[in-house]
Design a protein around this ligand. Structure first.
Ligand SMILES: Cc1cc2nc3c(=O)[nH]c(=O)nc-3n(C[C@H](O)[C@H](O)[C@H](O)COP(=O)(O)O)c2cc1C
Length: 216
C-alpha cells in the first residue's frame, strides 16, 4: 500500500460566504484524518464585478479571494472531491454548473470513475431546497462514475430539532436566512466536519483496493 497521502479536494462556489465557511469546516474534518491531504479550491466567478458590488457580495468575497481556482485537472489528481454550492432555485449555482460542464474530457476518459464524490450546500430557507440541491448534483457525479458519500446517521447532530439546523444524510447544509443574515451554526459546522472526515476515511479505504475494473 502506498505511503503517499491521499488527496481530498474541496471545490466550492460562494457568493456571500456561507459555503466558504462550510468548506473550511469540511476541510478541517478531512485533514484531521492521518494520511489525508485536503485542499480547498473555488470555481471561477461568472457574475460581473459591478453586479457583485451592487449586491454587497464583492466585499465578502475578498475574504476568500486567496483560495486558488479549481481546474478540471484538479479532479483527476484527487482521490475524493467534495463539492459545495449555494442553492439557486433548488439546484446548484451556475458557476458550479459551468465548472462541471468543462469536464467532458474527464467524463469521456472515465478519469473520475471510482473516486469518491460528495456534496454540501447552503440554502436561504429551511425548506428552500437542501435535499434537491444535493440530490440533483449527485446525477452529475454518477455520470462521472463517482462513488457517492453523504453523512451517515452516526452523526447524531442530524437529529437536532431543538434549534433550527441544516444537515441532511445526503450532505451537510446551512440555512443562510432570507437575507443571508444567518451564519452557519456550530451544529451545521460540526456536521460539515463529519462529512469531511467520512469522505476522507472512505477514500482511504478505497485507496487500499485495486483500481476499479472496467466493464467487460
Ligand atoms: C438567484 C438566486 C436564487 C436562489 N434560490 C434559492 C432557493 O431556491 N431556495 C433558497 O432557500 N434560497 C435561495 N437563494 C438563496 C441562496 O441559496 C443563498 O444566498 C445562499 O445559500 C448563500 O450562500 P453563500 O453565502 O455561500 O453564497 C437564492 C439566491 C439567489 C441569488
Amino acid at each position: 500500500m502506498s505511503t503517499e497521502p491521499i488527496n481530498v479536494s474541496i471545490i466550492f462556489y460562494s457568493m456571500y460566504g456561507h459555503i466558504h465557511q462550510m468548506a473550511e469546516a469540511v476541510a478541517e474534518g478531512a485533514n484531521s484524518i492521518p494520511g489525508v491531504d485536503a485542499t480547498i479550491y473555488q470555481v471561477p466567478e461568472l457574475v460581473p464585478d459591478k453586479v457583485l458590488k451592487n449586491s454587497g457580495a464583492w466585499e465578502i468575497k475578498q475574504a476568500f479571494d486567496h483560495i486558488p481556482e479549481a481546474t478540471p485537472a484538479v479532479l483527476e489528481e484527487s482521490d475524493a472531491v467534495i463539492f459545495g454550492t449555494p442553492t439557486r432555485f433548488g439546484m446548484m449555482a451556475s458557476q458550479m454548473r459551468n465548472f462541471l460542464d468543462q469536464t467532458g474530457k474527464q467524463w469521456a476518459q472515465g478519469a473520475l470513475t471510482g473516486k469518491v464524490g460528495s456534496v454540501f450546500a447552503s440554502v436561504g430557507g429551511q425548506h428552500g431546497g437542501h435535499e434537491t440541491t444535493i440530490r440533483s448534483f449527485h446525477t452529475t457525479l454518477l455520470h462521472h462514475g463517482m462513488a457517492i458519500v453523504g453523512v451517515p446517521y452516526f452523526e447524531d447532530r442530524l437529529n437536532e430539532v431543538e434549534e433550527i439546523s441544516g444537515g441532511t444524510p445526503y450532505g451537510a447544509t446551512t440555512v443562510a436566512g432570507p437575507t443571508g443574515n444567518r451564519t452557519p451554526t456550530q451544529n451545521e459546522l460540526e456536521i460539515a466536519k463529519t462529512q469531511g472526515r467520512h469522505v476522507a476515511q472512505t477514500a482511504l479505504k478505497l485507496s487500499a483496493e485495486p483500481s476499479p475494473v472496467a466493464a467487460e
